[in-house]
Design a protein around this ligand. Structure first.
Ligand code: ZN
Ligand code: FE
Ligand code: FE
Ligand code: FE
Length: 200
């Protein structure tokens, strides 16, 4: 009887320990959290905001470079239009930071840094003209998809946290990113591929 009670208590303790944040020793292969690691969804949300804030700022430099390297007028227009939207997205993120009671801070987004680097690599690896245009579209769509995933998550986090105003701002940006992705598909299908066929 006594043994059974003890066993139950031990199991309850073990369950509580496994569901709470791990601050004790980590198993082999499990990454040890840093001292400032997020312990709740609010922090994870704020970390995500800092990440995408860095990414959007980086894109205000990357998009003009892509536009300079593009040949198709439709592509240049799409990139410039999205640059304007990106500037608006940065102000929207600043509003979200304010709603979260946080100072707008940028923290390097390794994924966006990598996507931009890959885009720069594509420029070097393509002849100027329709082929480079097709490469620019491919690189930019990877970027848009990363942003779509990010804003989808952040909007959901905001909703879960009961931050409806922040959620609506993030939703607006999410729709813009989806629109940018669609616009690039249209350019690829209607302008770049057509021009490529004519060049042959
Ligand atoms: Zn990012
Ligand atoms: Fe964006
Ligand atoms: Fe990131
Ligand atoms: Fe975008």
């Amino acid at each position: 009887m006594k043994t059974a009670t003890n066993k139950k208590e031990t199991t309850a303790k073990a369950t509580a320990k496994s569901t709470s944040t791990t601050k004790t020793a980590t198993k082999a292969g499990v990454t040890k959290p840093k001292s400032d690691a997020a312990s709740g969804l609010t922090e994870l949300f704020e970390d995500g905001l800092k990440d995408i804030y860095w990414a959007e700022k980086a894109l205000t430099k990357a998009l003009p470079k892509m536009a300079k390297n593009a040949t198709s007028k439709e592509l240049i227009d799409a990139l410039n239009n999205h640059l304007t939207e990106t500037e608006g997205q940065i102000s929207r993120l600043e509003q979200v930071f304010e709603l979260a009671g946080q100072k707008a801070t940028a923290k390097k987004c390794d994924a966006m840094a990598g996507l931009i680097e890959e885009g720069n690599g594509i420029l070097e690896e393509t002849e100027i003209g329709v082929v480079r245009d097709a490469g620019i579209i491919a690189a930019c769509q990877k970027i848009e998809h990363y942003e779509i995933a990010t804003y989808g998550t952040l909007r959901q986090f905001a909703e879960t946290l009961g931050m409806s105003e922040a959620a609506s701002l993030l939703e607006q940006t999410l729709e813009e990113e989806k629109g940018a992705d669609k616009a690039l598909t249209i350019v690829a299908v209607n302008a770049v591929n057509f021009e490529a066929a004519e060049a042959n």
